[in-house]
Design a protein around this ligand. Structure first.
Ligand SMILES: C[S@@+](CC[C@H](N)C(=O)[O-])C[C@H]1O[C@@H](n2cnc3c(N)ncnc32)[C@H](O)[C@@H]1O
Length: 321
């Protein structure tokens, strides 16, 4: 249908849309159009301070996307039906994500980097249902997560699959920093017996719930204890050790070696500068392994994801021999 509209360069689109919404003249029944670097924003009345033109617009059907509502793409990731907005996104982005037809019920804004021993992030409520829990699905598995109480990122899904694909049914796996159990559950599904530890009580409760949800609780033993203490329980029986505590895993290499049996594989995660992605990490592992009487065979060096400008989350897979 034909409507009066405001024409603005694309980069001014969000500010203008917001201004028109504040003035109460934004026509939300029609879709914003983009053409040749300009946005055409339909209005219900002629605004006092902006020139207008007339144009044909499509009516919004039920299938709206957040970027159609906003006129730009908001930056966010989803965990289950919760959208986690980047800190710089404003409330409108969260409201649009909840309003759009995309299965999102809640929008939270990420207010801090991952911090503290439990590696959690602060979040603030923006829109939709007031909750911090979500059920996230990846590779056919389901994980209950509390987004403010525990660490969880969907960005490691592929990496979890990579290491789980190496697990065979008769293994004992030690997941030292297990969180809500995404590595643990994947390994248990591959048939391993998994011992998991985490110092975060909420994470361990959710890990147990997630093991049951994915029907692998019989193969998972979880301890709400420091990984060092649990390494003493595992003592020389682990065929595979997950060390997913980037930044600090080096301080636990001696415990990993204590838990490992001869020939065990260690998946060691680290954050490394692009100038030295792997060598420094391999040296750390070699040093700790030598103290425990092992040599190290490097099996793989993997860039898992970009972490910050010039920094990468990497994994080094080694065998103790
Ligand atoms: C980066 S998160 C990884 C969680 C999980 N592996 C995942 O991929 O979602 C690290 C976890 O280690 C736990 N943690 C930190 N220090 C620990 C320690 N000394 N012993 C056991 N767990 C620890 C934190 O509570 C957090 O849940």
């Amino acid at each position: 249908m034909e409507s009066t509209c405001v024409r603005v360069p694309r980069e001014k689109g969000e500010g203008t849309r917001q201004h028109l919404a504040d003035e109460g003249v934004l026509n939300r029944d029609l879709r914003i159009q983009e053409e040749d670097g300009y946005l055409y924003i339909p209005v219900t009345d002629v605004p006092d301070d902006l020139p207008t033109t007339v144009r044909r617009f499509d009516e919004r059907d039920d299938e709206t996307d957040a970027d159609e509502i906003l006129g730009y793409e908001p930056r966010f990731e989803t965990v289950g039906d919760v959208a986690l907005l980047e800190p710089e996104e404003d409330d409108e982005a969260g409201e649009a994500l909840v309003e759009a037809d995309n299965g999102i019920s809640t929008a939270l804004r990420v207010e801090s980097a991952v911090e503290g021993r439990e590696r959690t992030r602060r979040m603030s409520y923006v829109a939709g249902e007031e909750k911090t829990r979500a059920v996230h699905r990846e590779y056919g598995r389901e994980f209950v997560v509390d987004l403010t109480d525990v660490y969880f990122t969907p960005r490691l899904a592929e990496e979890r699959e990579r290491v789980a694909s190496q697990v065979s049914a008769d293994e004992t796996v030690f997941d030292m920093f297990a969180g809500v159990g995404p590595f643990t559950v994947a390994a248990a599904e591959a048939g391993a017996d998994v011992v998991a530890s985490d110092i975060n009580e909420s994470a361990v409760e959710l890990l147990r719930e997630n093991a049951a949800r994915n029907k692998v609780e019989d193969r998972v033993t979880a301890y709400n204890e420091d990984a060092r203490e649990v390494a003493r329980r595992v003592a020389g029986t682990a065929d595979r050790v997950y060390m997913n505590l980037p930044h600090s895993a080096d301080g636990f290499l001696d415990a990993a070696c204590e838990a490992a049996r001869d020939g065990a594989v260690i998946h060691y995660y680290d954050i490394r500068h692009e100038d030295d992605l792997f060598d420094g990490a391999v040296e750390e592992i070699r040093g700790a392994a030598a103290d425990a009487g092992y040599e190290v065979e490097v099996l793989d060096r993997v860039v898992v994801r970009s972490y910050a400008p010039y920094d990468y989350n990497v994994c080094v897979d080694v065998r103790l021999v």
